[in-house]
Design a protein around this ligand. Structure first.
Ligand SMILES: [Zn+2]
Ligand SMILES: [Zn+2]
Length: 355
């Protein structure tokens, strides 16, 4: 498998994708290049430098061969040790960014990518803004020094579009109650309600990496898909990247079930004007589905709390939305908890008097 690093056409320094300018930037001579410019300079290979690495097959304990995890850095020749899913990383010795091309080609070639639009500095600022805005976090708890690690990672996802044909039969009821003299009359009108239509669902997004925490991976969704681009390996340069190890078949049943639930909700939502509705029958027939393998930009943040506990966060690399567990100041929560139960109690009393 080839290890690819992107070199500056002017000075030979490493090129990295810069989210701020949405171009490749040389760390040494500060030149910048767009994707098109890079491709135009060296049409065949871009300015990639490739080094063929040895594929060392090691035997697992159970005798199964596993893929080699050792590559060689094109810049300094040092060994680069990777996980089986690593698709882009940095050389531990010379910090040269490298892309493992074999992990993002063939059947593992991503269809699409959303490039980072927030750089590390902005990500750090946005993260601190986020924690300061949280009500239950003790004021003194957060400061920049406690951010242990912040890394830009392209995570693999499946993005699914689905076309369905839906039909629903339901019963709607409207009640009218009136009084004449001593008699109370109730009129119930029962309606047969039918709905038929095409349901189109777009961008159902699912985590495609086994080792990632599904909540952290999906908590940063959704992304603005208008910024989607065709995948180019160069986007990964300067970031970490993971390749997918969850295939489409593994997710298919779950995605279909969710699509049907959404579809039913949409159909149900078109029925209005009744005091009650009960759905008798709902069918959704799938007409078409389209699956895209997409790389999405995520900043992962590891934060060490004062108690020594590690907290993990993920941030949408496009809009800075943060997802994760925050340390909670229990004193603050209890105050609010007290107010909530007081309100419930008063309501209970009013109810009691009315009865
Ligand atoms: Zn340069
Ligand atoms: Zn190196």
């Amino acid at each position: 498998m080839a290890v690819v690093s992107y070199k500056c056409p002017n000075c030979g320094g490493e090129l990295m994708f810069d989210p701020k300018i949405q171009k490749y930037k040389c760390e040494y001579c500060f030149s910048d290049f767009s994707q098109e410019e890079l491709e135009a300079l060296k049409p065949e290979e871009g300015s990639e430098e490739k080094v063929e690495s040895y594929k060392e097959n090691s035997e697992k304990e159970n005798g199964e061969a596993e893929e080699a995890v050792v590559y060689h850095c094109p810049s300094c020749g040092a060994e680069i040790v990777t996980d089986e899913t690593t698709a882009a990383t940095f050389c531990y010795y010379c910090h040269n960014p490298v892309v493992l091309s074999g992990r993002v080609s063939g059947e593992f070639l991503p269809d699409k990518i959303i490039p980072f639009s927030i750089d590390k500095k902005q990500a750090t600022e946005k993260f601190l803004e986020y924690v300061h805005s949280k009500k239950f976090v003790p004021k003194a708890f957060f400061n920049k020094q406690q951010i242990e690690k912040i890394s830009g990672v392209y995570f693999p996802y499946w993005m699914v579009d689905m076309d369905m044909e839906g039909s629903m039969q339901a019963e709607g009821r409207n009640l009218r109650v009136w009084r004449s003299g001593d008699t109370e009359y109730t009129e119930t009108k029962v309606y047969r309600v039918e709905r038929e239509g095409d349901v189109h669902l777009e961008d159902i997004t699912k985590n495609a990496l086994k080792k990632s925490n599904a909540q952290l991976a999906e908590g940063v969704l959704p992304y603005d898909v208008s910024k989607v681009q065709k995948f180019h390996m160069g986007f990964l340069s300067g970031f970490l990247a993971e390749k997918r190890d969850i295939n489409r078949e593994e997710l298919s049943a779950q995605v279909q079930q969710e699509a049907h639930e959404y579809g039913e909700k949409i159909l149900r939502g078109t029925v209005k004007g009744y005091s009650s509705v009960s759905v008798k029958n709902c069918h959704l027939n799938q007409k078409q589905e389209n699956w895209d393998y997409i790389m999405l930009p995520v900043w992962t943040v590891t934060y060490k709390g004062r108690n020594g506990k590690m907290y993990y966060y993920s941030m949408n690399g496009q809009d800075g939305k943060v997802y994760g567990e925050l340390p909670i100041d229990y004193k603050k929560v209890w105050t609010l908890g007290g107010i909530i139960s007081a309100i419930v109690l008063i309501l209970g009393l009013i109810g009691g008097y009315l009865l």
